[in-house]
Design a protein around this ligand. Structure first.
Ligand SMILES: CC(C)(COP(=O)(O)OP(=O)(O)OC[C@H]1O[C@@H](n2cnc3c(N)ncnc32)[C@H](O)[C@@H]1OP(=O)(O)O)[C@@H](O)C(=O)NCCC(=O)NCCS
Length: 151
């Protein structure tokens, strides 16, 4: 049985391992060691507790999926001081666990967290595979979001 729960500070290592698994899936020829990365990631995770939330999917005690919500502070306006929006990032499900609804459950949970945090909008920079999933959950394309690549 798969369970979705809010990630805690203690999940830093598990989240890093999922991030590494995703990286080696995308770059199978990249032979870098993940030992330093896992430690660096866990440190990063402990430092962004104010601005980032995450959920994990667990199955039999193993972490099988994750997703992040970055809370982006927006410039206040009169009558709305605590403006912010949520940015969904790094949604990933281990290959053997895909196409069973886990990715959708992760995204729904992140949207719920964005609501609870008072976000007025949620954005996501989707990968090709995840597009139909986000569209099903109500995300729409917005043609005035412009992107300038700096490298
Ligand atoms: C994108 C990703 C997170 C989706 O995770 P997932 O757990 O497979 O997602 P879901 O199972 O909820 O949805 C995937 C498909 O399975 C289908 N599905 C969901 N539940 C199902 C079930 N019980 N039985 C059969 N099919 C099911 C969905 O309809 C969906 O179909 P579609 O997207 O082709 O229209 C996963 O493929 C992944 O980790 N990919 C690599 C990383 C990535 O691209 N991340 C996105 C970056 S933002």
């Amino acid at each position: 049985v798969t369970t979705i729960r809010r990630a805690s500070i203690a999940d830093g290592t598990g989240l890093a391992e999922l991030r590494s698994a995703w990286h080696s899936e995308r770059y199978p020829d990249d032979e870098q060691s993940y030992i330093d990365f896992v430690e660096q990631f866990a440190t990063w995770w402990s430092q962004v507790q104010e601005s980032h939330q995450a959920v994990v999917a667990t199955d039999g005690g193993q972490l099988v999926g994750m997703g992040f919500l970055a809370l982006v502070a927006r410039v206040p306006e009169p009558g709305n001081i605590a403006r912010r929006h949520g940015d969904v990032q790094s949604v990933f499900v281990r290959e053997q666990f895909r196409n069973a609804g886990i990715g959708t459950a992760i995204v729904r949970s992140l949207i719920g967290m964005a609501r609870e945090s008072g976000c007025d909008k949620v954005t996501v920079h989707s990968g090709t595979r995840a597009l139909p999933l986000y569209e099903r959950e109500g995300f729409h394309h917005f043609d005035r979001l412009l992107v300038l690549d700096l490298h």
